[in-house]
Each structure stands twice: as structure tokens, then as C-alpha cells.
Design a protein around this ligand. Structure first.
Ligand code: FAD
Length: 462
């Protein structure tokens, strides 16, 4: 039982707010992005600054409370919240500071990518992130970060230069390649296992206007298009990233009416860098010739517009069920299975994506960061998504059946940010492979009692 006097003292001592059951804002505050998650925390601490975060970590530790840390709240299995424990919600900590001389940007732990893109774009730069701008910088970065710029500029963690972290014992430390380098190694892929990151320091890249967008093809051409994509993308210029997708065309503008609700396949392309707009048309001549798309939205587009292109479709509160894998090779047999299951996408929001992770991301050594799968070519994700909770079983069984069919053709591990929390410790160990032992040792140094365990958990060594 938590003593209310202690709660009141904690409340009085921080600049942010502490919300508990019965408060008017509690029902709204406990929601996360995935509508399938229905957790009831004992306390939600909306921290306003680093001092609040240290106070909240100390409070959870000294009162033996389960502790969850929430960046953008997007995590599939809802690892930014918990039942009966304390949630450190960072959504008030959204400061973004560009240093043009150094070519860097510092973002506080509660930023979404929209917050960062808004500032960096004003100066002609971007940080490699994901494909939806409402996703949190915190969770996406700590898990790795795969998106439109991966082949040209690496994973998000490959652009991380440092971070400020509140540790389990309440200490605030700065970490980088030269300060607490073991911690810096671990947070680049090891998730929220090591502390609360109150700010991230990123290198900015010269990405402002892309030549980008979706190209969709009729589903009866799916096998040919996927085989062509498989062979093309690994040899394409690195500034060209494109993820393959099976999807259902939404029934509204800007899509032509004859395609509404049709299951299609396609690629969402992004050609980036200082010469993207000038060189885009010639780069895409070959692609257009090969794909013969039924819908072609590729053209010049500002980076923040590309990043937020799908935000309106994927609004908060939908039901989400995630399954994932890493892929080294896509055999013809695997292509046939993709076509079989991808043709049965069950709802307008459900989809399968194959994200290329070669190029700049693939050149980083397997042990340079905690992110082990540097030799894989794709990160595959199958997401069953729908607004209606009544469709939950349908979207889950589609995602599981699809994954069960493809998994024998994939690597043992998967990207931690694309998994639910139902896959067990062995799967986490397979994901980190030879890096797991070192991660467990770093965990034992910085969080020996596993205070930070609401995550894809790495157990402290020993
Ligand atoms: C619509 C959608 C699109 C997505 N697209 C992509 C994509 O393109 N590329 C990609 O790589 N991923 C993508 N993801 C997956 C995404 O990276 C994960 O869901 C990630 O966990 C979200 O981070 P968050 O901060 O929003 O989540 P939260 O739910 O807030 O947190 C997730 C985990 O990270 C930890 N965490 C978050 N912030 C901090 C912090 N500051 N300090 C310490 N720990 C922290 C939490 O404790 C928790 O364990 C997408 C997810 C969604 C829902």
C-alpha cells in the first residue's frame, strides 16, 4: 500500500503534475497510442524537467513501485505504461535545440519526431527516424530507429552522439563515445533498460527536400514486383530507401475512386540528400519502367511532409498487433508466401512492411552498438490494425498466420520496436545475439536490481 502522505510530498516536490486514479484527467492520461492496451497505473508523473525525473525515479525505487517510462507512448505492447506502478511521462519535456556550428540537435526525452523535424527542417537538416511523425524520439531511438533515411544515413542510433540519462540510483549522467562509453554502447539498441534518457544529442543530416512517395501496383503483379524489388534495392544508390508493402487503399482522397478498398502492393520510396530533387526524375525512370505503377505519388516533397504523410491514417487509439522478423534473403518460396498472406490483408489499416536495413546501416559493425542484426537486409513487420475492438481476434490471427508461414525463412531475432511482449526471453536473446552477454553486464552495472524492467527486458548478469 502506498502512503498518501508520501504521494502528497512527492507531488509538492515536483514542477510537473502527478495524476492518480480518481483525478479528472486520469482516464485521458492513462491512454497510450495502441487502443488494445488498457493499463491502470497507480501514479502518472508528468515530469517537467530533469529534477522531476530524478525525484520520480527515487520515489519509485524507495517505495518498491513498478516503474514505466513513457516517451511518445507509441510502443506496440504498451511498454510506456504499467498496471499499479509509477509512469514517468516525458510528454512535457519537448525542448529542441539546434547547434548549427556543430551540425547537431539536442532533443528532450518527450519529443515526438514531428517536434524534431519541425526545428531541423527550418535549417535544412533532418535526423534519420521512422515513417510516422507522432512516434516518440525516446523509444524509437533506444530500440534502433528504422525509416526513410536508413540506407543513406544509417539507423537513428548511428546518428546519436550522446545522451543525458537518469540512472536507477537517481544519478544524472552524460554518456557519449568518451563518457561512460559502455552505457552509450548499450543505449544504442538496448531500449529503455538502462535509465531515463532526458535528452538525446543527434548529428543532423543534409536532408530537406526529398524525391519521394508511394507507388502502388495491382495485387496480381505482386510476385513479380516483390522479386524485382528484392533484387533492385540492395544494389540501388544508398540515398534511395524504399520499403515494400502490402496494403488496402483507404476509401477517400487523394486516392482515385477506382482503387478504393483494393488490396495492392507497392513501395514507399524516399530519395534523399542535397541533390534529391534535381536527380530524382532520372533515378526513378528505371523504377517507373520496372514497376509500371497503377498509382504514382512520387515527386518532390519536404521531409516533414513525407514524415507525416501517414499520420492521418494511423490516428491514436486503433487496435494494433505486431509480429516481426529480420530477413537475410528473400527466396522465391518466401515471395510466394508473402503474396499468399499479403493478398489477405484483413482491414484498411493492416499492413506488412519490409524495411531495407543495408547501405549505411549495414556497414556498422555488429558489435559497435548493441544493435546486432547489421548483416540482415530487411526488417519485416506484420501489423494487424483496426479501429474496432470487435475485430481484434481477426487482425491478430492474420498477423500470426502470416508470421508463422514466413518465420522459417527469417533470422531468429526481430527488431525490438516491432514486437509485442508475448515472445519470451529467448526471442530477446536471439535479437541481441552475441551482444546479449555484454548488455546483461552493462545492465548489472547501471541497473542491478532491474528497476527499468517495463521494456523488452535484458536481465542483469549474475
Ligand atoms: C504508428 C507507428 C509507426 C512506427 N514506425 C516506426 C518506424 O518507422 N521505425 C521504427 O524504428 N519504429 C517505428 N515504430 C515503432 C516504435 O519505434 C516503437 O513503438 C517505439 O517503442 C515507440 O517509442 P515511444 O517513445 O513512442 O514509445 P513509448 O511507449 O513511450 O516507449 C517505448 C519503450 O521505450 C522506452 N522509452 C521511451 N522513451 C524513453 C526515454 N526517454 N528514456 C528511457 N526509455 C524510454 C519505454 O520505457 C518503453 O520501454 C512505429 C510505431 C508505431 C505505433
Amino acid at each position: 500500500m502506498l502512503d498518501q502522505e508520501a504521494v502528497d510530498k512527492f507531488k509538492a516536490g515536483i514542477r510537473g503534475e502527478v495524476i492518480q486514479p480518481g483525478d479528472a484527467s486520469y482516464e485521458e492520461a492513462r491512454k497510450v497510442y495502441n487502443g488494445m492496451i488498457d493499463k491502470r497505473p497507480r501514479l502518472i508523473a508528468r515530469c517537467a524537467n530533469v529534477a522531476d525525473v530524478t525525484a520520480a525515479v527515487d520515489f519509485a525505487r524507495t517505495h518498491g513501485l513498478l516503474l514505466a517510462v513513457q516517451g511518445g507512448g507509441h510502443n506496440g505492447p504498451g511498454l510506456g505504461t504499467c498496471d499499479d506502478g509509477l509512469v514517468i511521462a516525458l510528454s512535457r519535456m519537448k525542448g529542441v535545440r539546434v547547434d548549427l556550428a556543430a551540425g547537431t540537435v539536442r532533443a528532450e526525452g518527450g519529443c515526438t519526431w514531428a517536434d524534431v523535424d519541425h526545428v531541423t527542417h527550418a535549417f535544412g537538416f533532418a535526423v534519420p527516424s521512422g515513417i510516422i511523425s507522432t512516434t516518440g524520439v525516446g523509444g524509437l531511438t533506444l530500440g534502433g530507429g528504422i525509416g526513410h533515411l536508413t540506407r543513406g544515413y544509417g539507423l537513428t542510433i548511428d546518428n546519436l552522439l550522446g545522451a543525458d540519462v537518469v540512472l536507477a540510483d537517481g544519478r544524472l549522467v552524460s554518456t557519449s563515445a568518451t563518457e561512460q562509453p559502455d552505457l552509450f554502447w548499450a543505449i544504442r539498441g538496448g531500449g529503455g533498460n538502462f535509465g531515463v534518457v532526458t535528452s538525446f544529442l543527434f548529428k543532423m543530416q543534409p536532408v530537406s527536400e526529398n524525391y519521394a512517395g508511394p507507388m502502388l501496383c495491382h495485387i496480381d503483379r505482386a510476385a513479380d514486383v516483390l522479386k524485382w524489388y528484392r533484387d533492385f534495392i540492395v544494389k540501388a544508390p544508398e540515398n534511395l530507401t524504399g520499403f515494400f508493402a502490402f496494403l488496402v487503399v483507404p476509401p477517400g482522397p487523394p486516392f482515385p475512386e477506382e482503387l478504393h478498398l483494393k488490396t495492392m502492393c507497392g513501395v514507399v520510396w524516399c530519395y534523399s540528400g542535397p541533390e534529391a530533387v534535381a536527380k530524382g526524375p532520372s533515378i526513378f525512370a528505371e523504377i517507373r519502367e520496372a514497376m509500371q505503377p497503377a498509382l504514382d505519388f512520387v515527386g518532390p516533397i519536404p521531409h516533414p511532409a513525407l514524415q507525416s504523410m501517414f499520420d492521418g491514417l494511423f490516428v491514436p487509439g486503433l487496435q494494433w498487433y505486431w509480429k516481426a522478423d529480420f530477413v537475410h534473403t528473400l527466396s522465391d518460396e518466401a515471395v510466394a508466401l508473402h503474396v499468399k498472406h499479403g493478398s489477405q490483408v484483413p482491414t484498411v489499416h493492416s499492413t506488412m512492411h519490409l524495411y531495407p536495413i543495408d547501405g549505411a546501416a549495414g556497414r556498422v559493425g555488429k558489435s559497435e552498438t548493441a544493435w546486432n542484426y547489421r548483416d540482415a537486409k530487411w526488417s519485416e513487420v506484420i501489423v494487424g490494425v483496426d479501429p474496432d475492438p470487435a475485430n481484434k481476434d481477426r487482425i491478430i490471427s492474420w498477423a500470426r498466420d502470416y508470421w508463422n508461414a514466413l518465420h522459417p525463412h527469417c533470422a531468429p531475432g526481430a527488431y525490438v520496436n516491432f514486437m509485442m511482449a508475448d515472445e519470451g526471453d529467448e526471442r530477446i536473446q536471439a535479437t541481441y545475439g552475441p551482444n546479449y552477454g555484454r548488455l546483461a553486464a552493462v545492465k548489472a552495472t547501471y541497473d542491478p536490481h532491474n528497476l527499468f524492467r517495463v521494456n523488452q527486458n535484458i536481465k542483469p548478469a549474475g
